[in-house]
Design a protein around this ligand. Structure first.
Ligand code: XMP
Length: 509
């Protein structure tokens, strides 16, 4: 089914919820013509919410011929207002608006609201304008204090609209309404499953690759790991993975990558153990951009060095995900590849390889489910996002092997204690940073110390664009602090970073 995007990322959440109902969904831009939409043979169409008013100039609209395709349509919020406006109803201007929890009152039998939803129930609204008069042929089956037409339905034309947001958790009957629309009104079976994604992709990859050789750059992160495991399932020993070990990974992470891929999954893996050459390239550099540049350049050289022998390779696997392809705010729905190759500065431009991107239809949580289905261990599937330049951007000052070793120990304590507190999966990213250029006075036992501070950073986020500092219990912070100071020589102070993003960034560099 198609989700038509009217901006501001409402469409992504809707598409995910639809997939949770085991129906495959794809996001498209609102500028697509009715013919272009029809060519995708959707079983249903959902019109998403959007940030604009239908009354402003240039407000995103829909090819009106879409309403005549005979494909069931559900409009959500802005989408519902657009239906009303385009089909001859009225959308009020400058109404009071409703934001947040709102009481919805049923006015009659509904074919969209679930039967178990009571006559009055809570839902989540976020609107200024609202439909005041439904178009001819529509019945109004629910209203709210600020939205006289909160649910409108035309079962003959199979067009429905809801002013509330069924896709958010604060609308307890929202998923029920989406399920009713998809399964009952549009008659779509709930049979889209991860296992079928694997079968489908395996067949596609085999057909495309034939007998050719394929390479995959592993970063140790979730996306490239799952992509590699999936391609390996399809073509086995025709796949060679390359893991560029920069020496800047977290404690034990490189060992784990090698162990999982080589021993556990039996994938042919080149472990480019190049830490020493990265440290050499980083010697004397203190400025963040020059450090990043040095790491990026070294990465490309190392990759070239190790793939140089694989001259017969024709394909390169990349762990591009669906959100990487959707432009932020994607009102135009024009897919643009945002993720540049790999975590680190990108791969050589002159590599003439065709891309295999087996995860490009999937969201992060689906990729995790797929990884588990493919037999990847939890530590890998649930790994936090990690910057390509690794601990190189978490050491403020020059990066040396000694400092990386120190930081790895402190960082491992932060991770261990978060795990012990059961907070791992609630947190987007958590780590320790080393202020290598700063020293302060302390006292341990009878001795005066002059050591470096460690900064603990832990944030909650949905997409890394914005983030908030995680409210970690004091007790957990206390254990982290005590352990770091007692166990990591050279550190005599621990601070917790309470900066949100913006204005801060997630990484310290
Ligand atoms: P900032 O620090 O800008 O980070 O708030 C946003 C997200 O991006 C990650 N990050 C990187 N990821 N290569 C990457 O693949 C990089 O060079 C890089 N720098 C930052 C960061 O960890 C966070 O998730």
């Amino acid at each position: 089914m198609l989700v038509v995007d009217f901006g501001a990322q409402y469409a992504q959440l809707i598409a995910r919820r639809v997939r949770e109902l085991n129906v495959f969904s794809e996001i498209v831009g609102h500028r697509l013509s009715a013919a272009e939409m029809a060519a995708k043979h959707p079983a249903a169409i959902i019109l998403s919410g959007g940030p604009k008013s239908v009354h402003v100039d240039g407000a995103p609209s829909l090819d009106p011929a879409v309403y005549d395709l005979g494909i069931p349509i559900l409009g959500i919020c802005y989408g519902a207002q657009l239906i009303a406006q385009q089909l001859g109803g009225t959308v009020g201007r400058g109404m009071k608006g409703e934001y947040g929890r709102t009481e919805l009152t049923r006015n009659g039998a509904s074919l969209i609201l679930p039967d178990e939803a009571p006559g009055e129930h809570e839902c989540w609204m976020s609107h200024f304008d609202g439909v005041t008069e439904a178009p001819a042929g529509f019945t109004v089956t629910a209203s709210s204090p600020g939205a006289p037409v909160a649910v409108l339905e035309n079962d003959d034309r199979k067009i429905y609209g809801v002013q509330f947001h069924p896709e958010v958790k604060h609308s307890p009957f929202g998923m029920g309404a989406m399920a009713r629309f998809l399964h009952e009104r549009a008659g779509i079976a709930n049979d889209w499953k991860m296992a079928s994604v694997i079968d489908e992709q395996v067949a596609l990859i085999r057909e495309r690759v034939g007998g050719a050789r394929v390479i995959c750059g592993l970063s140790g992160g979730v996306d490239s790991s799952v992509a590699a495991a999936l391609v390996h399932k399809a073509i086995g020993s025709q796949l060679t993975c390359i893991y560029v070990d920069t020496g800047l990974m977290r404690k034990n992470e490189s060992e784990q990558v090698v162990e999982t891929f080589r021993r556990h999954l039996g994938i042919e893996l080149i472990h480019a153990d190049e830490g020493a050459s990265f440290f050499e390239a980083l010697a004397g550099l203190t400025e963040p951009e020059s450090k990043r540049k040095a790491i990026g350049e070294r990465f490309i050289r190392v990759f070239e060095k190790h793939t140089g022998g694989l001259t017969e390779a024709k394909f390169l696997v990349q762990g591009t995900l669906y959100p990487d392809l959707i432009e932020s705010g994607g009102a135009d729905g024009t897919a643009a590849v945002i993720k540049s190759h790999h975590n680190v500065g990108g791969l050589p431009d002159d590599m003439e390889l065709e891309l295999i991107e087996p995860l490009r239809d999937l969201f992060k949580d689906e990729v995790r489910a797929l990884g588990t289905e493919l037999g990847l261990p939890d530590e890998m599937v649930w790994r936090q996002p990690f910057p390509g330049p690794g601990l190189g951007v978490r050491i403020i000052g020059e990066v040396t092997p000694e400092r990386v070793a120190l930081l790895q120990e402190a960082d491992a304590i932060v991770r261990e204690e978060l795990k012990n507190a059961g907070l791992e999966r609630e947190i987007w990213q958590s780590y320790a940073a080393l202020l290598a250029d700063v020293r302060s006075v302390g006292v341990m036992g009878d001795e005066r110390t002059y050591g470096h501070p460690i900064i603990i950073r832990a944030v909650t986020s949905d997409d890394a664009m914005t983030a908030d500092w995680a409210r970690i219990p004091y007790e957990t912070l206390e254990v982290m602090s005590q352990r770091i100071i007692n166990e990591v020589a050279g550190v005599n102070r621990v601070a917790y970073d309470i900066t949100s993003k913006p204005p801060g960034t997630i990484e310290w560099e």
